[in-house]
Design a protein around this ligand. Structure first.
Ligand code: ZN
Ligand code: ZN
Length: 432
């Protein structure tokens, strides 16, 4: 047990006594209220990003890494998670080139768009090449965006297989190489591996994303009533994220009721809740570029039928047993085998059709997965589920776990998933 980051995140997210005016939330429930993002330390300081680049260099040994932020799209820009992890920069179309020899960076250059007063007049200030950006991001050299192709071309005279991440660079190298894309090595596996052990401020940021998700889900519980609609729960969840300072959802929110509880990636969220339905809500906020991923299954009527309870209890037992395997040296495969054995024993094994969980962090599905040995500081999900389509009965329970020195701690246990505690909480927040 390593309570430091958890205690830190919890106290940072200590909530005010009264909810925001007009929120309509239970005033005496400490669980509700805004988690103020300014109270969560920035995990992507220039020092942290520099240390990450050094770790990547030592993993690469000798070579070139070229990585791009991703292009601008409609809406708010969000930089590629690995680019942001390495640079702390979130400006569209920017590029980072690292030259690496014997495990150390010999030259680093960040390519930024040049000053454009007309553009910035409409869209706001953005970082430009020069000393200001070098100091702000702690990156040795900056250069105008237009130069990266030429500079990479010079590096390619010595290095014929650079590590590459980002479509902008991949496409450029495919063009240079012709049909085959032998001119590059995908860097994302290597980068995800180096990033998989989360630093303490990253753990706090993930915990903040998880807390926002739990609070938003609790608000959605109030909306899940006969006659209301799936999209109303979705709106409560996504509004709950944004009002707490999250970027938004880290993946399309799933609110599946009745028959839709059995569709794993259901996302149209347009059915009307009916008494007797189960509702699977699989959702997660993205905050400071870190993802949460939490699932709760609740009965629209506020109580389970006998059959629903039987299935819920089996999934709950699988989730407890599976999470109990989490510790350094174990693996997600081990967690999966354990969940499957519990569900097999209870006769539901054939309805468990996905893997029990995945790494969580920069991406919703991140390292570590499969056989990879778990290490302290990694974050994973445990999410067994049973889907009996003939009975329109789907149950999934998903919690997020931080691996510690001697086991794991649950980051998402303030929103109960134990069946009795869940029903009591549901009644409380719905004022029943
Ligand atoms: Zn999920
Ligand atoms: Zn998941």
């Amino acid at each position: 047990m390593n309570p430091t980051p958890i205690a830190l995140a919890l106290c940072l997210l200590a909530l005010p006594d009264t909810p925001p005016p007009g929120s309509g939330l239970a005033p005496d429930h400490a669980f509700f209220g805004p988690a103020t993002p300014s109270e969560v330390p920035n995990p992507n300081t220039p020092q942290a990003c520099a240390a990450r680049r050094a770790r990547v260099a030592s993993e690469i040994g000798t070579g070139v890494l070229a990585i791009a932020a991703g292009g601008d799209v409609e809406g708010r820009f969000q930089a590629d998670a690995l680019f942001h992890w390495l640079t702390g920069v979130s400006t569209p179309d920017t590029v980072l080139l690292l030259e690496i020899a014997e495990g150390a960076i010999t030259r680093e250059r960040l390519y930024l768009p040049e000053r454009d007063p007309g553009f910035e007049r409409w869209n706001g200030a953005r970082p430009a090449p020069g000393a200001d950006s070098e100091a702000r991001f702690g990156i040795a050299e900056t250069a105008p965006l237009g130069q990266w192709r030429d500079d990479l071309g010079v590096l390619l005279e010595e290095e014929d297989r650079p590590y590459v991440h980002g479509e902008l660079i991949q496409d450029h190298l495919i063009e240079l190489a012709g049909e085959g894309d032998r001119l590059q090595r995908p860097a994302s596996r290597l980068l995800r591996k180096v990033a998989a052990v989360r630093e303490l401020p990253e753990q706090a940021a993930i915990h903040a994303a998880v807390d926002m998700t739990q609070q938003a889900l609790a608000e959605a519980f109030r909306v899940v009533r006969p006659g209301n609609w799936e999209f109303q729960a979705e709106a409560a969840i996504e509004g709950g994220y944004r009002s707490r300072g999250a970027f938004g959802p880290s993946f399309p929110s799933i609110v599946g009721s009745g028959p839709n509880s059995c569709y794993l990636h259901y996302r149209s969220n347009e059915r009307q809740f009916q008494a007797g339905d189960l509702v699977v809500m699989d959702v997660g906020a993205r905050y400071a570029n870190y993802c949460a991923d939490v699932t709760r299954t609740i009965p629209v009527s506020g109580t389970f039928t006998e059959r629903q309870r039987e299935v819920y209890d089996a999934v709950w037992a699988a989730s407890i047993a599976s999470a109990a395997t989490l510790k350094p040296g174990s693996s997600m495969n081990e967690a999966h085998r354990t969940a499957k054995a519990v569900l097999d024993e209870r006769g539901f094994g054939s309805y468990f059709i996905h893997s029990v969980g995945h790494g969580l962090g920069l991406y919703v599905h991140d390292d570590p997965g499969g056989r990879k040995a778990l290490e302290p500081g990694m974050v994973v999900t445990i999410e067994p589920g049973v889907y009996i389509a003939d009975e329109e009965l789907g149950v999934r329970i998903e919690n997020d776990w931080l691996i510690t020195e001697d086991g794991a701690v649950c980051l998402s246990d303030e929103l109960p998933s134990d069946p009795d505690a869940l029903l009591a909480f549901l009644a409380e927040v719905r004022g029943e």
